[in-house]
Design a protein around this ligand. Structure first.
Ligand code: ATP
Length: 313
């Protein structure tokens, strides 16, 4: 088990006015992992990041980063944490290079032009280094945000919706950058609406809604535990009754008898095996079919059904 670098214990934030944006959140982040925090709008993701980065004062609970209690020793821990916020709020009039160098200095690190050049080059910003940030495209501005966060060589990096509103190409570029940072041993916590992004990048996933962390698990384990298989079998002739040999399966007659729908399995291949057995049983029962469409559920299906269950509870 690798080293814990961030620990939230009972973290709660109640905003003035009474809104509970974080509700007793416990979370442990391990060195080197990519953790995706998934949640709908207003779930509390940005508040959680803000609490760790010193932008939001927790109402109760503790945050321990790199062994320091943030309430007592904020500066030491904060110097090792980078934040790529959703939007650029300052520096608009500054040239790229100066803004990024300045970010490094903010954390008390000595100037290191070589390192800044390396960062700017890796983000394809070197050619733009003398341009004012305001003159850059949205995608380039986002890269500047990343460059600023990397300038002080953080060990823990927060990416708040890194690819919201960016085109597919830049999104892929961003994933490549995240991958490269992972390779350098940086621990990454990213928030995202794009579940595909979590599915692709994350080692572990946390699902947050209404300030509550509903579930945290290894991505693969979550998908195996909560995943389902859905199969639609189109029949050659409509049927009105299910063959008796299929009674034990989670299967229903749909489309007025024209198709059968199987919803079951456990995300580990059981569903596919069931579907194979069902098709054999259909042949034995003399029910002919013309096509089968099998789909394994995605993290998105799991996410949607978890939120749905919570709303129904
Ligand atoms: N400064 C504030 N004062 C009062 N309420 C706030 C403040 N900041 C956030 N909130 C509220 O707290 C809740 C959580 O907001 P937060 O920004 O953390 O959610 P989020 O998960 O990051 O959402 P999004 O995906 O839309 O960015 C929301 O209901 C929001 O309106």
């Amino acid at each position: 088990m690798s080293e814990t670098i961030l620990e939230l214990d009972g973290l709660t934030k109640v905003y003035p006015g009474g809104l509970k944006a974080l509700d007793d959140v416990d979370l442990t982040i391990r060195k080197g992992e990519i953790f995706a925090l998934l949640g709908p709008n207003g779930a509390g993701k940005t508040t959680l990041i803000g609490a760790v980065c010193g932008l939001v004062r927790p109402s109760s609970g503790t945050i321990t980063a790199f062994g320091h209690d943030l309430a007592k020793n904020w500066r030491k821990a904060r110097a090792r944490i980078g934040l790529v916020p959703q939007e650029l709020s300052t520096d608009m009039f500054e040239p790229v290079h100066r803004a990024v160098s300045y970010s490094r200095g903010l954390f008390g690190l000595a100037p290191d032009p070589k390192r800044i050049e390396e960062i700017l080059r890796s983000l394809s910003l070197w050619d733009k280094r003398d341009e004012r940030i305001m003159a850059l495209s949205g995608g380039m501005k986002r890269r500047v945000l990343i460059a600023k966060a990397l300038a002080h060589e953080p060990d823990l990096l927060f990416l708040d919706e890194p690819t919201a509103g960016v085109d597919v190409e830049l999104r892929k570029g961003m994933w490549a950058i995240v991958d490269e940072m992972r390779g350098r041993g940086v621990t990454i916590i990213l928030t995202t609406h794009y579940i595909e992004e979590a599915e692709l990048m994350a080692d572990r996933v946390g699902i947050i809604n209404g300030g509550k962390l509903l579930m945290v698990d290894e991505k693969e384990a979550m998908m195996a535990r909560l995943g389902r298989t859905e199969a639609h079998i189109a029949l050659a002739e409509p049927i009105s009754e299910m063959p008796a040999s299929l009674a034990a399966y989670p299967i229903e007659i749909e489309e007025g008898g024209k198709s059968l729908c199987y919803r079951g399995g456990d995300g580990t291949g059981q569903g596919k095996a069931d579907v194979a057995n069902i098709t054999k049983a259909l042949i034995v029962a003399g029910v002919d079919y013309t096509g089968i469409d099998v789909r394994e559920s995605s993290l998105e299906d799991i996410f949607v059904s978890l939120l749905g269950e919570e709303a129904a509870a």
